[in-house]
Design a protein around this ligand. Structure first.
Ligand code: GCU
Length: 662
């Protein structure tokens, strides 16, 4: 399969000012990351302006018009940059090579956006230290929850090292991403062997390519590796033999694979092995590994997605939403310095709407990272358009009240709240080997947007979307206006025509696609809506599971009462009668009917706006996306009708506007 250049297709554009005359670039070309930046500039100038500047070593530098200089210079925070123009000369100054690379991409964005650089003086520092992708790619080439083809990292249990990896690295770096985990968190079979000499050679070549673009390679680990690789009969973290096995293993891996950042671990979760087997805690498990990677500056990223996935639906006491908190809060302060806890944005599992995970604001003495999912597992699987940056913005802006100020999720995971440097944001990736990388062409906005958001969380979702549109499709105003409308309305639309008011799920089990209101109602996964003929929702107040009390005040109080609970989360926190009146004066039932009709109308509007772009977007892009839009049109009706019909049949109460419900 071929692959496209996404937002890095350097098409000829109208440019202005100083950039037209650039013909020399000076840089420390012996540094591979700076060299990547300098070569990227060459390619960008050649494509966008039609004139390829010549590269020179920095030792030959002579000031003057028509020059770009990439200069390593102390002053800013790690990976920051200072980009400025003076007398016809452009300078990118940064304290390290990654900063230079990010400054270069800022410069290139200016070219692509047709912005004038004359007199510009821009200083930026990344807000999140770690800006990471988590790929769920399996070594047989499949991708868990992958919606854009197969893996381009693995095939037939081999690692692929090719041009596509270079373009992948460029795409990530251009969005500011500096770390990536290439294998699935569910580590099985061959993937367990990634830390053995079976794969060292390929892994090392692969890792070097990423390293040339300032991206650290991470791997997901199998906690039971000491046993599965055939050597020990235990994985007990306090067993000396186990500890020493990992120490030797890590020494071997870090020696063989350059540019390795560390490991991601899913333990004691959904059937994966972990320290619970030995009556040890997650801190015991994580710390044992952290000690082993410490000498090499390695990090252990430990996931908090731990819950009982064998629940009885009859049991109303056990609450899956509590489990992450209950499993980890008691361990706060007991993790080593090079451990980071990775926490999903919400307490359940990437639903279209969830409250923020209560561990944010709960933990005060532990490094923390936010995990979001740009693979649209529960948000339309890249067949429906769903631009998720607005959702991530809400999560980041959430006030935890862990302190009086600097207490938002963004503050916590950027290290501001607790003065931490090992923290950041990870996204479960949405890429695959489809030509356009993300299946739905518009889903690339989530990939680009995630990186930009982690670098500069203060950017608005609109700014990021607008930037992505112009980088990818050029400066046509109609294209920008219509795509911006579509992207910005896509998450609200999806929320309207799927499960209502924060209750989530209602999808086909296992695949997580398409409506199935009771699909998970009598299952073992802890994901229930508890609808009967009078009402719906899960009581998580003090009279129910007590989940609401896991938040700090005033959040706990606000969530605890239906009158103050944000309405978009009402059914997440409370079991409510259908005739309960929302603030608008509408009953819950009427609200469900209305939003489902509205969601479909929004989709129709999105599609008719997209139709206006025929001839303005490349034909192939238009055709590919249109096919998905037409599916979304039909499928959103399926959602609307199944949900509305379900509630109509439960209650016998018709829509007060008499629209068709079956
Ligand atoms: C979800 C998803 C799984 C995945 C899990 C995880 O439950 O459906 O495929 O393994 O999340 O985050 O570990």
């Amino acid at each position: 399969m071929g692959f496209e250049q996404a937002w890095l297709s350097y098409q000829k554009r109208e440019t202005c000012g100083v950039v037209k005359n650039i013909d020399r670039i000076y840089a420390s070309l012996q540094n591979p990351v700076i060299r990547s930046g300098a070569e990227e500039l060459q390619a960008a100038f050649a494509g966008i302006i039609g004139n390829e500047p010549v590269l020179y070593a920095d030792s030959e530098y002579e000031p003057g018009e028509g020059t770009i200089r990439l200069l390593v210079k102390e002053g800013l925070k790690a990976e920051g940059y200072h980009l400025f123009e003076e007398k016809g000369e452009i300078t990118v100054e940064a304290p390290d090579a990654n900063g230079i690379l990010y400054g270069v991409f800022e410069l290139i964005r200016h070219l692509q956006l047709g912005k004038n650089l004359n007199g510009k003086d821009i200083t930026k520092e990344p807000v999140m230290p770690l800006r990471m992708l988590n790929h769920w790619d399996n070594m047989d080439g499949s991708i868990e929850r992958g919606y854009s083809g197969n893996s381009f990292f693995f095939e037939d249990n081999q690692i692929l090292v090719n041009d596509r990896i270079v373009t992948y690295a460029r795409l990530l770096a251009s969005a500011g991403i500096n770390a990536t985990v290439i294998n699935n968190v569910n580590v099985k079979d061959s993937a367990t062997w990634l830390i053995t000499d079976r794969y060292f050679e390929d892994l090392s070549r692969f890792s070097q390519i990423l390293g040339d673009y300032g991206i650290k390679l991470f791997l997901s680990l199998n906690y039971a590796a000491p046993m599965e690789l055939g050597e020990l009969n235990s994985a007990d973290p306090l067993d000396e033999k186990v500890k020493s096995w990992w120490k030797h293993k890590m020494e071997e891996v870090f020696r063989a694979v350059p540019n390795l950042g560390g490991f991601l671990i899913k333990a004691d979760s959904e059937g994966r092995p972990g320290p619970f087997t030995y009556n040890r805690t997650h801190a015991d498990g994580a710390n044992m590994l952290a000690e082993a990677v410490e000498p090499y500056g390695g990090l252990i990223i430990w996931r908090c997605f731990v819950y009982n996935c064998r629940q009885d639906w009859r049991d109303r006491k056990t609450d899956r939403a509590r489990s992450g908190y209950d499993n980890f809060i008691g361990l706060d302060g007991s993790f080593r310095d090079n451990v980071i806890l990775q926490i999903k944005n919400g307490p359940m599992d990437f639903q279209v709407r969830e409250p923020v995970h209560p561990l944010f604001g709960g933990l005060t003495r532990t490094n923390q990272m936010l995990e979001v999912q740009i693979a649209q597992e529960y948000t339309g699987q890249q067949r429906h358009v769903c631009y998720l940056i607005p959702m991530f913005k809400e999560v980041l802006a959430f006030r935890t009240y862990v302190k009086e100020t600097d207490d938002t999720v963004a503050d916590i995971v950027s290290g501001k709240t607790f003065q931490q440097t090992r923290c950041g944001m990870a996204a479960v990736a949405n890429t695959g080997n489809d030509d356009n990388w993300t299946g739905h062409d518009l889903a690339a906005a989530n990939l680009y947007g995630f990186g930009r958001l982690a670098f500069e969380p203060e950017l608005t979702a609109e700014e990021i979307a607008a930037e992505w549109i112009t980088l990818t499709y050029g400066t046509d105003e109609t294209v920008k206006e219509e795509l911006l409308f579509i992207l910005m309305n896509s998450w609200p639309a999806y929320e309207k025509y799927t499960a209502p008011l924060g209750i989530g799920w209602m999808v086909n089990p296992n695949y997580h696609y398409g409506p199935n209101v009771d699909g998970y109602e009598y299952d073992r996964w802890g994901t229930y809506h508890r609808a009967d003929h009078q009402g719906i929702g899960v009581d998580r107040s003090h009279s129910g599971t007590g989940y609401a009390a896991l938040y700090r005040e005033p959040n706990a109080r606000i969530y605890n009462a239906p009158e103050t609970c944000p309405e978009e989360l009402l059914l997440f926190f409370h079991h409510m009668p259908y005739n309960y009146k929302l603030r608008s004066g509408k009953t819950i039932l009427q609200y469900i009917y209305d939003t489902h009709f509205e969601g479909v109308e929004l989709v129709d509007e999105m599609v008719s706006r997209f139709e206006k772009l025929k001839g303005k977007l490349p034909d192939q892009v238009y055709e590919r996306a249109m096919e998905r839009f037409l599916h979304q049109k039909k499928h959103s009706r399926e959602w609307r009708d199944q949900i509305n019909t379900y509630f109509y049949r439960k209650t016998g109460i018709p829509d007060d506007r008499g629209r068709t419900i079956y």
